[in-house]
Design a binder for this molecule. Sequence first.
Ligand code: G3P
Length: 257
Amino acid sequence: NPRRTPLIAGNWKMNLDHLQAIAFVQKLAWNLKDAKHDFSAVEVAVFPPFTDLRSVQTLVSADKLPLAYGAQDLSAQDSGAYTGEISGGFLSQLECQYVLIGHSERRTLHGEDDEQVAAKVKAALKHNLVPIICVGETAADLELHGPSAVPVAQLKAALSGVSNAADIVVAYEPVWAIGSGQAATPEQAEQVAAQLRNVLKDTLGEDVAARTRILYGGSVKGVNIAGYMREPNLDGALVGGASLDIDEFSSIVRFQK
Ligand code: G3P
């Protein structure tokens, strides 16, 4: 779709400390520059741990690297007595462009529910961060409700009370495909993405729906990225494991349809 620039996003999860992050980001940028990657044609973003963000900002701004970056989570609150939390304001100060919200690991390991996800989406928008809203069904959900019911319900809930969100991203990550090596087929991912775009149409209107990028996540690699990118409703990928290997991640970024 000409209106949507593909986005390849690397979610590092709890990997790479700030020293490793500096080396990694430098090498990744060189690698892509060497390969003459056109960053205006395919946007690249990394999601390091919080403690790396200041280092990544320094590097990206000093070397004017064409890389976007963001955090893996944020607090729904702005400031105050919330031990251990990080506010959206802090992230904007670090020139983060994006923030992941509602990743399945946050939902399952930290008990984040739809209400918290919705509050975080509002906090991100308030602080001028583009939320990457993560949705996806477990294997049990898939068996019980089919492929799109849970992701559709999660996206509706995440957007409840949001009326003007000009810039958001949705990531469809089936939980059964995350880190399992068992990626969804492009057809499966497209089927859900089409439903998610309908939700965007109903909640935010045609125009925003047409502009919003929907990513697929779950065992994406260099060898399977092209299949997703050929689907009309998929506009990129949220990559976990493979985003930690510079060559593998670069080959995903340089996908050929
Ligand atoms: O957020 C990305 C992620 O959950 C997918 O992980 O390792 O299956 O690419 P992976």
